[in-house]
Ligand binder design. Structure first.
Ligand code: AMP
Ligand code: GLY
Length: 426
């Protein structure tokens, strides 16, 4: 079988490595892929993840039997719709279902209409009305741009002045372009955060092992928000009791709501949850695998990933037993110094041979230079994942390997998993 994976980050590398475990898989094409993915797939750097027409033409010309569309942009742009029109089976939601991530107004209104627990909110398309509303609000408060904003469209102002600046920057200065034509202003919730990725064919749902992201750039959750500096799985805050509550009050109602709205969701649905004193609530939905959550969740998957993805596409997920490995996984991101601000590129990466078998290096932001060397090309460069019997062992393994990998300006957080360890012990 020939497979095609749209995307070129650490998440896509983790998906590709897992798909490779199926002996029927011959060629995997990665569009665009990256320098490290080139060891596991045929990369096509000329075709970007948003070049929908070229992706479909490529799939038709290369006898692609199954495609996986991983990033949010192509999903929101209808990549899966176009591939289906061309007769190519694929994994991922269509554009109508991808609105659950691509429009916060859509997802918040969905939750309100179907009684799914989330922060109380108001929607504004007029900055003057938003500013008037803020006069009566209490702080901190949460201001979100409606559309996709590379994970940066959420601001948490601590005061009226900061909130006014947030509204002006999103709605008037268009800091996130048209994504800020509408905004959601919502109540600030507190509690530990849990990421739950789930396979769903629209009716059946199989939650994956829970995970915990570390979004801030600096140790102790300080500094600016990033795409994610590290992850651990499972998340000790996600107890079996909470999992049951989430299934009943969030997961199944969300699937039913999407069906009732005429846009059943098929693919990987990501529930960003906060375990508040009033119970679990939805902070956000994503219409795709998380990055770097995928780098700790998929290594724990025992069942063949391609079979799961085909069951989602064929709507036979209920018939498949999806199994997980015991133990934990931890992923430490090696970033370019300066990320998420400006950073240098083109630095040579040295990865020693003979890393332990329980360690996998997922490549996120690198490319092959003309001399064949791997060089940095992005902010998040590598994700170093280790699996082990316990979280502490997994973290030790990931950090020991990360220490051995070098490139100029290399930066990592030193406290990935610290909160999870404390929660697990407490
Ligand atoms: P999002 O892009 O919606 O995941 O938001 C990014 C981050 O902002 C989340 O992971 C939370 O840490 C935080 N956040 C979003 N909404 C809220 C909220 N209502 N209350 C508190 N924190 C929030
Ligand atoms: N790690 C958060 C996300 O993928 O959106």
């Amino acid at each position: 079988m020939n497979l095609l994976v749209v995307g070129g980050g650490g998440r896509e590398h983790a998906i590709i490595k897992k798909l490779r475990e199926n002996p029927q898989v011959e060629t995997i094409y990665a569009l665009p892929g990256n320098g490290g993915i080139a060891a596991d797939a045929v990369c096509v750097p000329e075709i970007g993840a948003k070049d929908i027409g070229k992706i479909v033409d490529f799939a038709k010309a290369h006898d692609v039997d199954f495609a996986v569309v991983a990033p949010d942009d192509p999903l929101a742009l209808g990549c899966v719709d176009r591939l289906h029109e061309a007769g190519i089976p694929c994994f991922g939601p269509d554009a109508k279902a991808a609105r659950i991530e691509a429009s916060k107004v859509f997802s918040k209104n969905l939750m309100r209409k179907y009684g799914i627990p989330t922060a109380r909110y108001q929607v504004f398309d007029d900055p003057r009305k938003a500013l008037a509303y803020l006069e009566t609000a209490s702080f901190p408060i949460v201001v979100k741009a409606d559309g996709l904003a590379l994970g940066k469209g959420v601001l948490i102002p601590q005061s009226l002045a900061e909130a006014e600046a947030a509204v002006k920057s999103i709605m008037e200065d268009k800091a996130f372009g048209d994504s800020g034509n509408e905004i959601v202003i919502e109540e600030f919730l507190t509690g530990p955060e849990v990421s739950v990725l789930a396979f769903t064919d629209g009716t059946a749902i199989v939650p994956m092992i829970s995970s915990m992201d570390h979004k801030r750039a600096g140790d102790g959750d300080t500094g600016p928000n990033t795409g994610g500096m590290g992850t651990v799985a499972p998340n000790p805050c996600y107890t079996p009791d909470i999992a049951r509550t989430c299934m009943e009050s969030i997961f199944l109602p969300t699937l039913a709501a999407m069906r009732a709205e005429g846009c059943p969701f098929k693919g990987c649905l990501y529930f960003g949850l906060m375990i508040t004193p009033d119970g679990p609530k939805v902070i956000e939905y994503n219409c795709r695998f998380g990055d770097p959550e995928t780098q700790v969740v998929l290594p724990l998957l025992k069942t063949d990933l391609l079979r799961v993805m085909q069951a989602v596409e064929n709507e036979t997920l209920a018939e498949l037993k999806v199994e997980w490995r015991e133990g934990s996984a931890a992923c430490v991101i090696l970033a370019s110094g300066g990320y998420p601000g400006n950073y240098a590129k083109g630095k040579t990466i040295t990865i020693p041979g003979g890393l332990p078998e329980n360690v996998t290096v997922y490549h996120a932001g690198d490319k092959l230079a003309e001399n064949g060397n791997l060089v940095t090309s992005g902010g998040r460069v590598l994700g170093v994942t280790a699996t082990a019997g316990t979280l502490r062992e997994a973290l030790d393994g990931a950090y020991a390997a990360a220490e051995q990998i070098q490139f100029e300006g290399r930066y990592m957080r030193c406290d990935i998993g610290r909160r999870a360890l404390a929660a697990g012990e407490g």
